[in-house]
Ligand binder design. Sequence first.
Ligand code: ZN
Ligand code: ZN
Length: 213
Amino acid sequence: MKIIPVIPEHEAFANSYLLIDEPTGEAVYIDPGCFLDNARNAIKNSGADVKYILHTHGHFDHILGTHHAKEALGAKIAIHPADERCLSSRLYSLMDMFGVDAELIPEKADVLINDGDIIRFGDSELKVMHTPGHTPGGVCFISESERVIFSGDTLFHSTAGRTDGVGGDFDELCDSLRKLISLDGNYTVYPGHSIATDLDHERKRNFIIRRMK
Ligand SMILES: [Zn+2]
Ligand SMILES: [Zn+2]
C-alpha cells in the first residue's frame, strides 16, 4: 500500500491521505476537507482509481471537499452512521460554531461504516475502529499489514481531539484512546492535523493519555 499524505491548501483544513493498492491502482481517499489542486494533482499524478472517499468524522475541515471529490472521482462516500448528518448540516459539521463562511453542498453516505468493518480496495484492506468522543461517529482506519492507523481527530501527536463541539464527549474520547493504545505492538499514526507519530510515543508521552485513569 502506498500512502501519499496530501497537505491541505489552507491550514484550517485537515490532512488528507491517498492510499493506493499498488498492484491494482485501486485507492481510497481519506478526509477531503478541501478538494483543490493539491488533491486533484496528487490523484491524477498517481494514476489512482479511487473507490471510496473515507471520513474519519464529519467536521467541516474534513468534509467540505466531499461533494467535489465525489464529483471528480465518482467514488463512494463512506462515513459512520452517527456522523452522516454532518454531511448536510452546518450545526453538526461545526461550521456554525467556527463561523465558517463557505458553502456546504449537502451529501449523503453511499456506504455506512461501522466498528469492525473491512474496507477493501484491490488487495489492500483497512479495518474500521469506532472511536467516538471527538464526534459520535468518529472512526480510525487501521491497516494491520502496513502497521498504520489513520486517527482523524481522535489521536494527535502528543495530544488528542477536543470534545467541546456538538456531540463531543471527553469520557468517550478517553475510552477510544484506551482502545487505540490497547492494540498490540507499534503502529505509525497519521492524524487529521499536524505531524505523524507512532503509538509507542503516544503511550509514553501523550498529554491526555498520561492523565487518563
Ligand atoms: Zn479536524
Ligand atoms: Zn474534528
